[in-house]
Write a new protein. Structure first.
Length: 393
């Protein structure tokens, strides 16, 4: 039985695309590994299944689930977030088109757009998305196809007015693409604010356990869905059955995890704000954050990501990053365990030396679901190495 659209988020996350298996009554849909499907005569497909690149029941279940929680009519699951982005751009742009993107975009997104697709004839202009006049000018100056934004952004935690950007994009005949990875569908639904396409690295909060890589696109327009679906099939950068299964399992608990991530991040941000070693705490849940009021309108809570800048510069950031034990120094984010990242040399190394470069005195925290007292104690211990010059273990 389909899940009603009026159902709450957690009900949709648990039940959408997850009908019990009819033969045995198994409440968890089986994992389908088959790469091909028997036909009842030539062209006689069973429920449309022909070949694993084109369709797989486990992936279909995930896609139905993703569409339900993001408020879209169709979703598409890919092998990674960048595979999703690449497929989106190939599906909806042509050589000569332009992308206006945030000047603090994720390094991998910029590398894809500028370093790979730039040679294919796709131009780009990085701009401060908070300055709507600058966005409007950049859109008007080129044959803009996409206005591409992350909110909150990675890792500077900027908050962007999605409805205002949608108006600017649509007035120019462009589409608004919102990377919703940091917020997740539980905290924010960009389609409701006028976005045309929502992008996710499902590796992060949706998967939620640091054990699967994936990406997704969600849309509300049948024409966009048809074009993206064709590229998903024709190029084949799809998520495999096990990856789809793990992502579905993670998504079922997204709501309860995001509540805890947000509570822990809020407490950590407030603790950081009182530390004399800190130059700035970047977290939209703080009233001092310039995007706080806008975030309150667009988001249910403020998420699990906190960035912090140090008065003593790069040396202090590096010492803290290398001196924690509960926070693990690693790439990625959004898992149940807390992670520490030094973006200038890790996630955003590809934009070093460009206007998208991340400050060298900044570290990014992905606050997990551990006891928050232990997270703060771990940071307090790491901060002690700033003043005494030791290296933590």
């Amino acid at each position: 039985m389909p899940v009603p659209e009026s159902a709450g988020f957690n009900t949709r996350a648990v039940h959408a695309g997850q009908a019990f298996e009819p033969r045995t009554g198994a409440v968890v849909p089986p994992l389908h590994f088959s790469s091909t499907y028997a036909q009842d005569g030539i062209g006689g497909l069973r429920d449309g299944y022909e070949y694993g690149r084109g369709a797989n029941p486990t992936r279909d279940s995930l896609q139905e689930q993703l569409a339900a929680v993001e408020g879209g009519m169709a979703a598409f699951s890919f092998g990674s977030g960048l595979a999703a982005e690449d497929s989106l751009i190939r599906a909806l742009t042509r050589p000569g088109d332009h992308i206006v993107l945030g000047n603090d975009a994720y390094g991998g997104t910029y590398r894809l757009i500028n370093g790979i697709l730039g040679d294919w004839g796709i131009g780009n202009t990085p701009v401060d998305m908070a300055n709507l006049d600058s966005v409007r000018d950049a859109v008007a100056a080129n044959k803009t196809r996409f206005v591409w934004v992350e909110t909150p952004s990675n890792p500077l935690m900027k908050i962007t007015d999605m409805a205002a950007l949608a108006d600017i994009a649509h007035d120019a005949g462009a589409l608004l693409v919102v990377d919703n990875t940091f917020a997740s569908p539980y905290l924010q639904n960009p389609l409701a604010f006028g976005a045309d396409v929502v992008v996710h690295s499902t590796t992060k909060y949706i998967g939620g356990h640091s054990d699967v890589v994936g990406g997704a696109l969600v849309v509300n327009d049948p024409e966009l869905a048809e074009k993206i679906g064709f590229v998903q099939f024709a190029v084949g950068a799809v998520s495999g059955p096990m990856d789809a299964f793990l992502t579905t399992r993670g998504l079922k608990t997204l709501g309860v995890r995001m509540d805890r991530h947000s509570e822990n991040a809020q407490a950590v941000a407030e603790w950081l704000l009182e530390r004399p070693e800190v130059e700035a705490v970047l977290y939209p849940g703080l009233p001092s954050h310039p995007g706080h009021e806008l975030a309150r309108k667009q988001m249910k809570k403020f998420g699990g990501m906190v960035s912090v800048q140090f008065k003593e510069g790069e040396a202090a950031a590096r010492k803290v990053a290398e001196s924690t034990s509960v926070f693990t120094l690693a790439e990625s984010l959004g898992g149940i365990e807390s992670l520490m990242n030094y973006p200038a040399e890790m996630t955003h190394a590809s934009v070093k030396g460009t206007e998208l470069a991340v400050p060298e005195n900044l570290i990014r925290l992905s606050c997990g679901i551990e006891d928050v007292e232990d997270l703060i104690a771990d940071l307090d211990h790491a901060f002690s190495f700033i003043s005494n010059g030791r290296t933590g273990s």
